[in-house]
Unconditional design. Structure first.
Length: 410
C-alpha cells in the first residue's frame, strides 16, 4: 500500500470535485472535520451578501423580505433529507444541549407515568449534564440511569420513559444499531432520542425508516456550518400534536406578534423555538448545506469506509506506529467516520502533528482522534497524514517540551 495506490484511488473518486466547494488552507491536512468543519466557499459568499445587502441595506424589513423569520424551518427542511426525515420534522435553533433539554422534557410529558431516563456511561458529557440538570430541577419526576451499551436494553421495562443515546460515540466512533435499539425501546413503550452530532452529514441516517421518536444534532461538525452553528431538533410527525416543552419563549408562541400575555404553544415543531433566531449563523449553515444538495450519502459512506479502512491498514502495517492502539471498532460497519487511537502521549502527538500541518484532535484521557471527511479529503491527504504521524512516532518528536503544554481547548 503506497502513495501510488492512494493517488490511483483519488483518480477514480466520484466525490473528488466536492473539495472545490471548500476553502482549505495551503499546506494543511484537516482530519478534524468531526469537531469543526472547514469553511465552505458558499458560506463566505452568503455571509457577505447577508451582512452587506440584507442587514446593511434592508435592515429590519429583511425579516419579511429575506425570510429571516422562517430560516429555522427552511434550514431544518434542508437538513431533513440527510437524516431520513420529512421537511417539517426538523427545525434548526439553539445548541444541541438546549435542544436535548427541550426534547427530554417533551418526552417525559408524553410518558407522564414513567420516570426513568436511560443512557450510556460513555455518552457525550453535555447530554448527561443536561439530563442531570433536568433531574435536579424536577426532583423525583425523572431519574437518569447510566449503563454500559451491552447492558442497556436489559433495563427496559414499563418504568422507562425515554432512552437517549448518541448514534456515533464521540470517543471511539462506535456506531449503534439505531433500528434495533429503537425497536426494543418501543416494545417496552419507551421513547427514544438519538443524538446525531457525529452522524448527520457523516453517514446515511434514516430516522423515519427506524421510526425514531426524536433526535438532535450539531451544525458545526460534519455539516460545516461554522463555529457555534445552530443545532437541529427532529420530532416524528406522529408526536407533533402532543409536543410540549417548558422553554416557552415568544418564538414558540402560536402568534408571536400578537404579543398576548398568555402563552399558547405554536402547532408542530415551531413550539420548539425559544428566542429570536440567530440569522447570521442560520444563513451560514444554510449556505454550507448546499454541498449536500446533490449528494448521494451512500457514495459518501463508501468513501468514508474506504478511507478509515485504508488508514487502519497503513497504521497496522507500519512498525513505526506499533505503539498506537486502535480504540475504534475494527469492523467499518460498526463505526462512524472517525478513528480513535490510544497512546499515553496522545496529547503531545496531536500537538506535534498540528505543528507539521496535520490537524487532528485529542480527547482525554489518551485518545488521538481523527475525522475522515470524504467531501474534502483525498486518499493522498490521509496517506500524508499517516506518514507525518509515523515520523513523529519513530522520532519520538512528541517528547519535546513545547508539545507538553495543555491548552484550554483540546
Ligand atoms: C459536539 C456534541 C454536542 C455539542 O453540543 P452543543 O450544545 O451544540 O455544544 C452534543 N452532543 C454530542 C454527542 C456531541 O458530539
Amino acid at each position: 500500500m503506497s502513495l501510488m495506490q492512494a493517488r490511483q484511488w483519488d483518480k477514480s473518486d466520484p466525490l473528488a470535485a466536492k473539495r472545490d466547494a471548500f476553502y482549505l488552507p495551503p499546506g494543511k491536512i484537516y482530519v478534524d472535520g468531526n469537531s469543526l468543519g472547514p469553511l465552505p466557499l458558499s458560506v463566505k459568499k452568503r455571509l457577505t451578501q447577508v451582512v452587506d445587502h440584507q442587514w446593511g441595506e434592508d435592515l429590519i424589513t429583511s425579516w419579511n423580505q429575506h425570510q429571516w423569520i422562517t430560516l429555522a424551518q427552511s434550514v431544518g427542511a434542508r437538513i431533513a433529507p440527510l437524516i431520513g426525515a420529512k421537511h417539517d420534522e426538523v427545525i434548526c435553533a439553539d445548541s444541541t444541549s438546549i435542544n436535548l433539554f427541550k426534547l427530554l422534557c417533551a418526552a417525559l410529558n408524553m410518558r407522564s407515568d414513567r420516570s426513568r431516563i436511560l443512557s450510556e456511561k460513555g455518552n457525550f458529557p453535555t447530554d448527561l449534564y443536561m439530563a442531570q440538570g433536568l433531574e435536579s430541577l424536577i426532583g423525583n419526576r425523572a431519574r437518569l440511569e447510566l449503563y454500559e451499551p451491552q447492558d442497556l436494553l436489559d433495563q427496559l421495562d414499563e418504568s422507562v420513559a425515554v432512552v437517549m443515546l448518541t448514534q456515533v460515540n464521540f470517543r471511539s466512533g462506535r456506531l449503534h444499531d439505531m433500528a434495533a435499539i429503537t425497536k426494543a425501546c418501543h416494545k417496552a413503550g419507551a421513547l427514544v432520542i438519538w443524538d446525531l452530532a457525529h452522524s448527520a452529514g457523516a453517514l446515511p441516517v434514516d430516522l423515519n425508516a427506524c421510526e425514531v421518536d426524536m433526535a438532535v444534532g450539531c451544525g458545526y461538525k460534519y455539516l460545516n456550518g461554522g463555529p457555534g452553528a445552530p443545532a437541529f431538533a427532529y420530532v416524528a410527525k406522529r408526536h407533533h400534536s402532543k409536543l410540549f416543552q417548558p422553554l416557552t419563549g415568544w418564538m414558540g408562541h402560536a402568534s408571536p406578534f400578537s404579543f398576548e400575555t398568555k402563552y399558547t404553544p405554536a402547532k408542530g415543531l415551531n413550539q420548539l423555538l425559544v428566542g429570536t433566531p440567530s440569522v447570521l449563523a442560520l444563513s451560514a449553515l444554510d449556505a454550507a448545506l448546499e454541498v449536500f444538495d446533490s449528494l448521494d450519502m451512500q457514495q459518501l459512506r463508501k468513501k468514508s469506509v474506504a478511507m478509515t479502512q485504508a488508514f487502519v491498514q497503513w497504521i497496522d502495517s507500519d512498525e513505526r506506529t506499533a505503539d498506537l492502539q486502535l480504540g475504534s471498532p475494527r469492523d467499518p460497519a460498526q463505526r462512524g467516520s472517525q478513528l480513535a487511537w490510544h497512546h499515553p502521549h496522545a496529547y503531545s502527538i496531536c500537538q506535534a502533528m498540528i505543528e507539521r500541518g496535520v490537524i487532528a484532535d485529542f480527547r482525554a484521557p489518551d485518545i488521538l482522534r481523527m475525522g475522515f471527511t470524504p467531501l474534502y479529503l483525498s486518499f493522498e491527504d490521509i496517506w500524508l497524514a499517516k506518514e507525518t504521524l509515523a515520523e513523529i512516532m519513530a522520532g519520538q518528536v512528541y517528547l519535546r517540551p513545547r508539545f507538553q503544554h495543555r491548552q484550554q481547548v483540546t
